[in-house]
Design a protein around this ligand. Structure first.
Ligand code: SME
Length: 160
């Protein structure tokens, strides 16, 4: 694996590059942790203005912290709690423009101001969520939702 990373000032270009490079970091023969560790690292390269990106994995009962980039985070989240738990329960992407305006947000990094969480579901079964936090209010748009849902679709493809 000898990838070169090209981050530009143009977000749309960066997202395109990310999508092109992502398949090189996904291998069904590697462990889930291996795959998700590199996916979180790749997202951290190409997503600008973020302070946390990573995965929570469904244990069968709750969400538990998986591979991520950023400050140490809460290790367990109940289904329905926080933005992550809500995305897992609703099985729908959640975008929160300003986390200080909602009650159901778990502060892991006090810098976080906005958040997007995409559920990961395979064959009807909840696998986990992909969570991205930003220090900027209103950071996440439909373009981020489209990108991250595409990323999750590729991750789902290599899950057992
Ligand atoms: N803010 C999330 C918790 C996870 S951390 O941000 C990494 C939430 O409200 O679910």
């Amino acid at each position: 694996m000898h990838e070169t990373f090209h981050v530009t000032a143009d977000r749309a270009v960066n997202y395109k590059t990310l999508k092109e490079q992502l398949p090189h970091f996904l291998n069904a023969d590697d462990t889930i942790v291996t795959n998700l560790a590199n996916v979180s690292a790749l997202l951290n390269v190409y997503l600008d203005d973020i302070n946390w990106v990573g995965f929570y994995l469904f244990s069968g009962e709750k969400l538990v912290l998986g591979p991520f980039q950023g400050l140490p985070a809460c290790t367990e989240i109940a289904i329905g709690r926080g933005v992550c738990g809500l995305a897992a329960k609703a099985r729908a992407t959640q975008i929160v423009a300003d986390v200080t305006t909602i009650d159901n947000h778990i502060f892991c990094d006090p810098k976080s101001r906005s958040e997007i969480v995409v559920p990961i579901v395979k064959d009807g079964e909840l696998f986990g969520v992909l969570d991205v936090d930003s220090p900027t209010v209103g950071r996440f748009t439909e373009a981020d939702q489209a990108l991250l849902e595409d990323v999750v679709a590729l991750v789902v493809d290599i899950l057992p």
